[in-house]
Design a protein around this ligand. Sequence first.
Ligand code: TRP
Ligand code: SF4
Length: 333
Amino acid sequence: MAEIVLSGIRATGKLHLGNLLGAVENFVKFQQALAGNTCLYFIADLHTLTTLNDPEELRGNLVEITKDYIAAGLDPERSIIYAQSSVPEISELSLYLSMLQPLGDLQRIPTFKYLVRKQPDNVTLGLITYPVLMAADILGPQATLVPVGEDQVPNVELAQALARKFNAKYGQTFALPDMMAQMIRVPGLDGAKMGKSEADNAIDINAPMGDILDRYLKKGVTDPQRIRATDPGDPYNRCESVYAVHELVTVGETEHREIANACMAGTISCRACKHKLVESLANILEPFQEARAALANRDDYVKDVLHEGGKKARARIVETVAAVRDKMGIVLY
Ligand code: TRP
Ligand code: SF4
């Protein structure tokens, strides 16, 4: 069956290694593997407003993330790449959906509860309706497959529930989106999820490889029980920042298994192990950085991609929204 794949990333900052390995590489795979299918990848600039209120930064991040998307292999000819705000009907759909959404469910969403604790002075209506806007992102283009990180599962479930509720009340309108919550967890330098904590734990995918090596050498948390390089280590359970990334980027089962064996036998130092990791990362990041550098002065091209992608996404979404208006009794005179 042909799928309509959809996913988005907020424009809170430039992409880091966690976004690249955990999300964007997956987006590229869908684009390549699923011939005949449609992929929609967007930058959720409206969602960004719930936590970021620096207009310059938001405008800049949007263009920079689009460059990262393209440099990582998303092809504007094969995927629809757009900014959420380029399709104002998404916001309109969010309002319609909000009429079917009990408040209590939204108050129980873990990300909401987390942000209430984290930013108690900024608990806005926009923050609590975040999942409803996300449902509009998904249901507007009739997405059938939504790849997301583990933390987004409750939000996608809410979108599924809204689709079911709307269809039951007004007749078949929305496709029921399947979720694919299998994205990889990439640990940051401190072992926590990369980019998540306040700690400065992310790896900038545009940094020179030498700087990335320095960061791993200085800040990468490894097995604390390895005092000397000859002490046996436990790569699977006690190495918080390095081994899990080896598993993701060091090509071939055997090669990262060898590293694990050397760690357990105490025949490799953490320093040497980090050097190896950064060599593996270079194989991925150097081609990316080259493609990214070629886009550095091509803002006009990137804005054009967003403009064209916006038009394509909008053409799909306006159809759904017209049907929704009609079913709910709204007439545009
Ligand atoms: N909330 C998602 C995140 O923070 C981003 C997002 C917004 C999204 N709308 C979406 C993801 C729709 C998938 C589908 O990661
Ligand atoms: Fe981690 Fe490598 Fe050190 Fe083992 S040798 S603890 S896998 S950094």
